[in-house]
Design a protein around this ligand. Structure first.
Ligand code: AMP
Ligand code: MG
Length: 267
């Protein structure tokens, strides 16, 4: 299967040049499903080892335009995990208390401890995306945040937190289809928000903010992957594969027992 492109540190690019539509090299949904099932099984083993090993945490950051598929990815990919070792945090408009702190305060608090997988549904990147697009703080403030984010993520990485950042990349036409589905499909009505239509008018401003965030904050220690996300089943496969590859690269192991088990007899 084809893996999703990763932004090389320092590279300039345009999101337009990255595909939104990809089947990840699968001939159809069934072939992708078979592969996803295998990878989810492997992820469960790896999660177990991550927990037993106890040296690392895994932090998954999910960002996307509205309707981009963050919830769906969590449902299809993260749902296979043992809930005891996986924590999902959704970041909304900061609360009154959160707004009184620096923008990373609430984020740091939600970072998974060693042995645990943490999933961010939106993240500290909102503070250089929605905040920038809506001019909630002056440019002089959000510009510094790229460096602050890189320093923060570096600190986490050096303390044993492996970070995977996925931008779920959809086309504007696909967003229109998904918004229509939210209006037409009764089981999706609850997800429809008129605010999404307002945000849609700012599509190019958001794309530009994303380009800058991905360029400035794709680092050796925490690179961004751009997941083609128009095709939901392919998106899920690419996210799962990237997680398997990352966890396998950690060389996880079960700790040695503290006593010589050959000498122990259970009566
Ligand atoms: P949803 O993910 O659809 O529940 O919406 C959450 C909303 O919270 C989105 O409109 C985000 O842009 C917004 N949001 C998240 N983080 C921030 C932030 N740091 N500042 C302002 N708005 C935010
Ligand atoms: Mg929304």
């Amino acid at each position: 299967m084809k893996s999703a492109p990763t932004i090389r540190p320092g590279r300039t690019f345009q999101l337009e040049d990255f595909p939104t539509e990809s089947t990840a090299g699968f001939k159809d949904k069934d072939a992708a499903r078979a592969r996803l099932d295998k990878d989810l099984e492997r992820l469960r083993e790896l999660q177990h080892m991550l927990y037993a090993d106890g040296r690392y945490a895994l932090l998954i950051v999910l960002q996307a335009m509205d309707t981009g598929g963050k919830d769906g990815t969590i449902r299809h990919v993260m749902s296979g995990f043992n809930p005891a070792g996986c924590v999902v945090t959704s970041f909304k408009v900061p609360s009154e208390e959160e707004s009184k702190h620096d923008f990373l305060w609430r984020i740091h608090h939600a970072v998974p401890p060693k042995g645990v997988i943490g999933v961010f549904n939106r993240s500290h990147y909102e503070d250089v995306l929605v905040v920038r697009v809506h001019k909630m703080v002056p440019k002089s403030v959000w510009k510094e945040r790229y460096r602050q984010i890189n320093d923060f993520e570096r600190t986490l990485t050096e303390s044993g937190t492996t970070i995977l950042k996925f931008f779920l990349h959809i086309s504007k036409a696909e967003q229109a289809r998904r918004l229509k589905a939210r209006i037409e499909d009764r089981s999706k009505n609850w997800k429809f928000s008129e605010a999404d239509l307002k945000e849609r008018k700012l599509w190019s401003e958001y794309q530009e903010a994303y380009e800058d965030a991905l360029r400035e904050c794709s680092t050796e220690w925490a690179p961004w992957a751009v997941i083609p996300a128009d095709v939901k089943w392919a998106r899920d496969c690419m996210v799962a594969r990237a997680m398997v590859e990352k966890l396998e690269s950690l060389d996880l192991r079960y700790p040695k027992p503290q006593t010589d088990l050959d000498l122990i007899v259970v009566k």
